[in-house]
Design a binder for this molecule. Structure first.
Ligand code: PLP
Length: 389
C-alpha cells in the first residue's frame, strides 16, 4: 500500500537493517580485494573479517577463533546437525539427534541426520521443554550407535519463551552428549555466553539483530571438536566452510552485534514496559484472549496470542490492511501460514493459530498505540461476527 504509513511489529521475523550496519556494509563493498589474497587489498578484507569475528565472538561470549561464518543460521544448523564429527584428527560418530518439538524448522528438520535418527523432545503446556522427558530419552539412548546430540533453542521465535538450556546442558553432559543451542532469537536480546550455557555449539543469524539477511555463524566451544564441513572447496574458515567470505555482510553483522550488546538491560526494561502495557490493554479489549507464555521467562519484545473467533491468517491480513505488520506464527518461505507446530507442541488448539507481535529497539509508544487501535477494531468486528478481513 504505497503512501500509507506502516508500523513494523515483526522483529522476530527480521529486524530492519540498522543504519550502522548499512554504513559498514557500504564501506566494505568498496574494498576490492579477496580476503584470501596475501596482497594489501586482500589483507584489508582479511582484517575486516577478523574484526567482525571478534565482534560476533563477544556477542556470543566466545573466542574469536571459535566463530565460523556461514550464510545464515539455517546453514549453521545444517553444518552442525550431522552424524559426522572430528575430535582433532579422530572421527567421532553421533548416533541420534534429539530436537525439541518447538525448534525452528532450520533445526527441527534434523540437518544431515536421516529422519529415523531424529527424536523429538516434548514441551510442556507452559511452552517449556520437558527436561524429565529429555532425561528419559537420553537414558534409553543406544550408545553403540554413537553419541547423543541434543538441540534446544535458547528463546523460541513464536512465544519468546526462554528455555532452561543450562539445566538441559547438565543432563546432556551426564550422558556424554553434544549440545547445540539455536541462539538466533536470544542473541543481542538477552546476555549470551556459550560457556555459561555449557553448550558445545551456538547457532546465530545476523538479520534478527539488525544486520543483513544471509549472514550467520556457527560458534563452537573450542577448536578440536568440529562437524564435518557442509560446504567443501577452497578451505576458507579454516576448512570448516569454504567459499569466499561475504565481507560486506559480515561487516554489517559485526556492526549489529556491537550495537546489540550496548544497553541491553535498559532496552529490555523499556520493551518489557511497552509489551506489558500492550498486553494489559489487549486483555481489557478482548475477552477470551490467550497470551501464550505470559508469566513465563520470555523475551521482552514478544507477544504471541490467540483470540477465539479470529483465525491467525485472517488476523494477519486484517492488521496488514490497517498498516501493521505482525506475524501468524513463523514465516514460511512460501508465505503460507501453516498450523503453528509450537502451539501444537504446547497442546493448544493449533487450528485457531496464534498471532505474534514482536517489538524492537526503535518501536515507540505510538507504534504500540496504533497496534492497539487496530486491535480494538479487529476484536470488535470479531465480536459482531463480521469477517475480520
Ligand atoms: N532459528 C530461529 C529461532 C529463527 O527464528 C530463524 C529465523 O527465522 C532461524 C533459525 C533461521 O535463520 P536464517 O534466516 O539466518 O537462516
Amino acid at each position: 500500500m504505497p503512501g500509507r504509513p506502516r508500523t513494523y511489529l515483526d522483529w522476530n521475523a527480521t529486524a530492519p537493517l540498522m543504519a550502522d550496519a548499512r554504513e559498514a556494509m557500504i564501506a566494505a563493498l568498496d574494498l576490492s580485494g579477496n580476503p584470501s589474497s596475501v596482497h594489501g587489498e586482500g589483507r584489508a578484507l582479511r582484517a575486516l573479517i577478523d574484526g567482525a569475528r571478534r565482534d560476533v565472538a563477544v556477542l556470543a561470549g566466545a573466542e574469536a577463533a571459535h566463530v565460523t561464518f556461514t550464510s545464515g543460521a539455517t546453514e549453521a544448523a545444517n553444518m552442525v546437525l550431522t552424524p559426522d564429527f572430528r575430535m582433532g584428527r579422530t572421527p567421532l560418530k553421533v548416533g541420534r539427534l534429539y530436537v525439541s518439538a518447538i525448534e525452528h524448522p532450520a533445526v527441527r528438520e534434523g540437518g544431515r541426520f536421516e529422519k529415523e535418527q531424529v527424536s523429538e523432545i516434548p514441551v510442556m503446556p507452559s511452552g517449556v521443554v520437558d527436561l524429565v522427558a529429555l532425561e528419559t530419552l537420553l537414558e534409553a539412548h543406544d550408545a553403540s550407535s554413537g553419541l547423543p546430540m541434543v538441540a534446544i533453542m535458547l528463546a523460541n521465535n513464536e512465544t519468546g519463551i526462554v528455555q532452561p538450556v543450562r539445566e538441559a546442558a547438565a543432563i546432556v553432559r551426564k550422558r556424554g552428549g553434544l549440545f547445540v543451542v539455536d541462539a538466533v532469537q536470544a542473541a543481542g536480546r538477552i546476555p549470551l555466553s556459550i560457556g555459561e550455557i555449557d553448550a558445545d555449539f551456538l547457532v546465530l543469524s545476523a538479520h534478527k539483530l539488525g544486520g543483513p539477511k544471509g549472514a550467520g555463524a556457527l560458534v563452537s566451544r573450542g577448536e578440536v571438536l568440529m562437524p564435518a564441513p557442509l560446504i567443501h572447496g577452497g578451505g576458507q574458515e579454516k576448512g570448516h566452510r569454504s567459499g569466499t567470505e561475504n565481507a560486506a555482510a559480515l561487516a554489517g553483522f559485526a556492526a549489529a552485534a556491537r550495537a546489540a550488546r550496548e544497553d541491553i538491560e535498559a532496552r529490555n526494561a523499556r520493551l518489557a514496559g511497552l509489551r506489558d502495557r500492550m498486553e494489559d490493554r489487549m486483555k481489557a479489549l478482548a475477552g477470551g484472549l490467550v497470551i501464550h507464555g505470559q508469566g513465563m521467562p520470555r523475551l521482552s519484545n514478544t507477544t504471541f496470542f490467540s483470540l477465539p473467533g479470529l483465525k491467525s491468517e485472517t488476523g494477519q491480513i486484517a492488521f496488514d490492511l490497517e498498516g501493521i505488520a505482525v506475524s501468524a506464527g513463523s514465516a514460511c518461505s512460501s508465505g503460507k501460514v501453516g498450523a503453528s507446530h509450537v502451539l501444537t507442541a504446547m497442546g493448544f488448539d493449533a487450528a485457531l493459530g496464534g498471532l505474534r507481535v514482536s517489538l524492537g529497539p526503535t518501536t515507540t509508544e505510538a507504534d504500540v498505540d496504533r497496534f492497539l487501535d487496530a486491535f480494538a477494531r479487529i476484536a470488535a468486528r470479531r465480536r459482531q461476527g463480521v469477517s475480520a478481513a
